[in-house]
Design a protein around this ligand. Structure first.
Ligand SMILES: [Zn+2]
Ligand SMILES: [Zn+2]
Length: 383
């Protein structure tokens, strides 16, 4: 089978030599992949990995799989085969995949090192916080940069056929933001400041629109990214224009001059962390969605205490978040036209290294999502 696979750090390449997936447990199905987006995490596996991927010569603890493995975890596809115990899907259904795996998946893998394990997070349904969390396309199993992918029924979410399959490939990254906004307690009519207009920041803007935010302001240094955010019809703020008064100026934007109800740090550097804490109002909530490097920073706890603020974080997603995103796209709360602004490239799988990975590494600021297709399920160049 054809695929774009991870061999080891510094070596991702196209191969036509991957073995086809086979249903092993009755609750699995096989998808023909339609589109799969390249994620920042995929780039990190190349430059700094293996992070989630198994180390050379080792196996993934959940599945027992070793390298090479097809990458790709932001996928849409069409069901081509169903296992004997699958009840909710049939051949031909359009689906998206919750790529996260954990204790609830170990029964599917003969070579698992975790047979019978059930961590406390999984016991209470917080599978996104599983102590053994891993991802399809990042080591648990082959991902969406391949003709076919093996997935468990519990991780599949049906997509109405009115949602085009290229846009459906955005449901995974949008679910990261959906999880953050819904678990933060955000309510319709509230205000939000988003720090960073990279892929996660832009996805968070779409989700906040879907939740009915009354005002969204995006703080971003790079002009090209502010322009992208403006194409989603939100107000942008350039902190470099305001010097040391930037946060005070930003705080004055919502009515009442006293800060936002919520702030989302989608950037993950000290100035955005501090900014997200300071721009919220009394009892406001600051949410960290960024993945930080292994380096602590200091912050002043009285910034939280004196105004009884909340500081919280959000990681990954659960199936409910995918369902939320699919229904918001379907009923127009998240407009299809807005989603299309996030797709900055569509390429054949064969060209995925050169025109996908390298393009993203060399032109980071002008790209959001580049989608790859292994099966020509739709046009390449119209986005
Ligand atoms: Zn991702
Ligand atoms: Zn677990």
């Amino acid at each position: 089978m054809r695929g774009l696979a991870y061999f080891h750090q510094g070596d991702i390449h196209f191969t036509d030599n991957l073995s086809e997936p086979k249903i092993q447990s009755g609750d699995e199905l096989i998808l023909e992949v339609s589109w799969c987006g390249i994620c920042g995490t995929d780039l990190h596996e190349y430059t700094d990995g293996p992070i989630f991927m198994p180390k050379d010569g080792c196996a993934n603890e959940l599945s027992g799989n070793g390298l090479p493995l097809a990458m790709g975890h932001e996928m849409s596809g069409i069901v081509s085969e169903v296992g004997s115990k699958v009840t909710r899907f049939k051949k031909g259904d359009h689906v998206v995949v919750d790529a996260g795996c954990g204790c609830l998946d170990t029964h599917r893998f003969e070579d698992t090192q975790l047979s019978g394990t059930m961590c406390n997070a999984c016991k209470i349904g917080m599978v996104n916080c599983c102590s053994h969390a891993g991802f399809i396309g990042l080591g648990v199993g082959g991902g969406g940069f391949a003709e076919k992918v093996l997935v468990a029924e519990q991780h599949c979410i049906k997509v109405p056929k009115e949602i085009p399959l290229d846009v459906a490939a955005l449901v995974e990254p949008l679910s990261v933001s959906w999880h953050a906004v819904s678990s933060s307690g955000f309510q319709r009519g509230q205000t939000a400041c988003v720090f960073g207009a990279g892929p996660i920041g832009l996805a968070t803007i779409l989700v906040l629109k879907g939740f009915g935010a009354s005002k969204i302001v995006v703080s971003e240094l790079a002009k090209i990214r502010r322009v992208l955010a403006e194409s989603l019809n939100v107000e942008t703020f350039d902190p470099s224009k305001h010097g040391k008064d930037a946060i005070e100026e930003l705080r004055k934007i919502p009515e009442g001059d006293d800060g936002f109800d919520f702030a989302f740090d989608c950037s993950g550097v000290k100035p955005t962390f501090d900014g997200a804490l300071k721009v919220t109002t009394f009892r406001g909530t600051s949410v960290n969605l960024a993945i930080w490097g292994n380096k602590p920073i200091d912050y002043y706890p009285m910034d939280v205490t004196l105004k009884e603020k909340k500081l919280t974080g959000s990681i990954g997603y659960v199936v409910k978040d995918f369902e939320g995103v699919v229904s918001a796209i379907h009923d127009g709360r998240i407009p299809l036209s807005d989603c299309r602004h996030l797709i900055t490239g569509k390429q054949k799988l064969e060209d995925g290294w050169e025109k996908g990975f390298l393009e993203l590494m060399n032109h980071k600021d002008s790209n959001v999502k580049i989608l790859l297709t292994p099966n020509n399920h739709g046009e390449l160049h119209s986005t």
